[in-house]
Design a protein around this ligand. Structure first.
Ligand SMILES: Cc1cc2nc3c(=O)[nH]c(=O)nc-3n(C[C@H](O)[C@H](O)[C@H](O)COP(=O)(O)OP(=O)(O)OC[C@H]3O[C@@H](n4cnc5c(N)ncnc54)[C@H](O)[C@@H]3O)c2cc1C
Length: 390
């Protein structure tokens, strides 16, 4: 029987899945809510399992040229006192390193490559709902268009329409933390920490209620420095207090509350973009699929962006689903996707308390060097496209 896979969402997991399905010779098309438009803003860490997926996809060189990968992280107080300098134990081979990259650069690379590979991408197509029977599944879009295929994949992110239809009682809830994501340029900044940054180190600033990770970003952009801040907030702030603040207001709030007398204030003051996000999550869903509909990436498991795992896991899900569909009937493919991937996701979600540093640290108790110990995450987790093993 002819298979046609309909992928909802041209984000990280949707485009990756489509390219691997093309490699497997399978018929697929991607449907994306928005018109394609580059959105400047946030960078994220991609762990080595995610970078390896890029290698298998053939976009390793483009990823390397458009990202930064530090060997060392310097941990500082907001007055630039260095508390520790950590060797990040990076490999010499790019595809076995963790990197820092702008989300919009990765989406652009994936989109360009997908188009070269002949992937059909339909923009301005917002899925509203779907219906399914024993042999087909039909997707309905807001513009009245409908499309029928054999499988529908919800790669439609945190606010997934596919997940909402499959599990309507699993709604998003506020995860008691906030994030701010900024971009700046090195020019006009010249203090010691900035020089360490220019040399390629990451800076990590701890305060009692928040932390800031600062890194070099895409070396080809004028805004070649990016930072990510996260903090604990018991009660969600109103939009007026957070999302609707102007750039200048956010800068002044941050400098007043956390800036200190060092380079962090300078970086915040020089930022050209800052995106405010309050963090939401959904309780684990009972199953990732029902019949001919399945969810992957953030639609299947919301991983707090402050942990640095969301993007890598979305890349892994996409590659693993394509690998299973290449070999198996879709029912088995969906079974193996969930059976083989759930343990990894559980380990990552279970380690959030260790990895989510949004609560900041109280230095009166000393710096806990064992911060990242005790996690059950397999640091060497790698999926290979051609071989049997993960
Ligand atoms: C500000 C920010 C910072 C982050 N920082 C990190 C980090 O440091 N490290 C990390 O690993 N992860 C981070 N993440 C998370 C990471 O971006 C996601 O986990 C990852 O992109 C998941 O990919 P995805 O394919 O599941 O979803 P997305 O990449 O979000 O793609 C979903 C796509 O579906 C489309 N869509 C949605 N609904 C519909 C619909 N009804 N019809 C059609 N299309 C639809 C959307 O427009 C979007 O293009 C961050 C996220 C944000 C927002």
């Amino acid at each position: 029987m002819n298979q046609k896979v309909m992928i909802i969402g041209a984000g990280i997991s949707g485009l990756t899945l489509a390219m691997f399905l093309k490699k497997a010779g399978m018929d697929c098309a991607v449907y994306e809510n928005f018109p394609y438009k580059r959105v400047e803003g946030s960078s994220f860490r991609i762990n080595k399992s995610g970078v390896h997926v890029m290698k298998e996809l053939g976009i390793e060189d483009q990823a390397q040229q458009n990202s930064h990968s530090a060997d060392r992280m310097r941990i500082l107080t907001t007055d630039d006192m260095e508390i520790a300098s950590i060797n990040l134990m990076q490999d010499s081979v790019f595809s076995r390193r963790s990197i820092y990259m702008q989300r919009s650069d990765l989406v652009e690379i994936l989109m360009r490559q997908a188009e070269l590979d002949g992937v059909e991408i339909h923009y301005n197509k917002k899925l509203t709902h779907f219906t399914q029977d024993a042999s087909n599944i039909t997707a309905y879009f807001e513009d009245g268009h409908q499309e029928t295929g054999t499988l529908l994949v919800g790669a439609d992110g945190l606010h997934s329409t596919v997940r909402n239809q499959l599990f309507p009682s699993h709604v998003l809830s506020y995860a008691k933390s906030w994030g701010l994501y900024g971009l700046a340029s090195f020019k006009d900044m010249n203090s010691d920490p900035i020089r360490h940054l220019m040399d390629g180190d990451e800076l990590f600033y701890f305060t009692q209620n928040a932390n800031f990770l600062v890194s070099k970003s895409n070396p080809t952009h004028e805004l070649n420095l990016s930072w990510q801040a996260s903090g604990y907030q018991e009660r969600k702030r109103s939009k007026e207090e957070f999302e609707f603040r102007t750039l200048d207001e956010i800068k002044s709030d941050l400098i007043q509350e956390y800036g200190g007398n060092g380079a962090l204030s300078e970086i915040i003051r020089n930022s050209a973009h800052i995106i405010p996000k309050q963090i939401y999550s959904v309780d684990p869903i009972p199953s990732w699929s029902k019949g001919r509909a399945v969810v992957i990436g953030d639609a299947a498991h919301t991983i707090n962006p402050n942990t640095g795992y969301g993007c890598s896991v979305a890349l892994e899900d996409a590659m693993y689903l394509a690998k299973m569909l290449k070999k198996h009937h879709y029912t088995d493919a969906l079974y193996y996707l969930e059976a083989d991937r759930k343990e990894r996701i559980r380990a990552i979600l279970g380690s959030l308390d260790i990895f989510d540093v949004s609560k900041g640290f109280d230095f009166s108790n000393g710096f806990d060097i064992g911060l990242f110990s005790g996690s059950k995450i397999d640091a060497n987790y790698t999926i290979h496209w051609e071989t049997e093993c993960l």
